[in-house]
Design a protein around this ligand. Structure first.
Ligand code: FES
Length: 119
């Protein structure tokens, strides 16, 4: 998937058509110099920095399980909504808002604030 800037909110980029990411799957998209993993789960979309914080493996190639993605390299487990890494206090991947506009998917390029209750 490739990103193009939208004409509305400058923080959002169009990352592709809705049907490019099937329910229960993920895709990596490059936005500027960053790779972001887009997950289609629970009737919507969630997004995290694609590079695992351990050794950089693509989280888009990980396993989806109960609101988490498990890195395929050595199994760090990330909460999809917040980016929190289970079992590693204080560590989290940046999480991003994703929205659907008609038949296209748009990604906010500004990370969401990390929720205080997710620590
Ligand atoms: S590279 Fe992801 S857990 Fe090691």
């Amino acid at each position: 998937m490739t990103a193009t800037f939208t004409h509305g909110d400058p923080a959002f980029v169009t990352i592709g058509d809705l049907d490019e990411v099937l329910p229960g799957t993920a895709r990596a998209v490059v936005v500027g110099n960053n790779a972001v993993a887009i997950f289609r789960v629970g009737g919507g979309f969630l997004a995290l920095d694609d590079g695992c914080l351990h050794c950089g493996t693509s989280l888009a190639s990980g396993w989806l399980c109960s609101g988490h993605v498990i890195c395929p390299q050595c199994h760090w487990r990330y909460e999809l909504t917040s980016g929190r890494v289970e079992g590693v206090p204080g560590l989290h991947a940046d999480a991003f808002e994703v929205r659907v506009a008609g038949s296209v998917v748009e990604l906010c390029t500004v990370p969401k604030p990390f929720p205080q209750n997710a620590r």
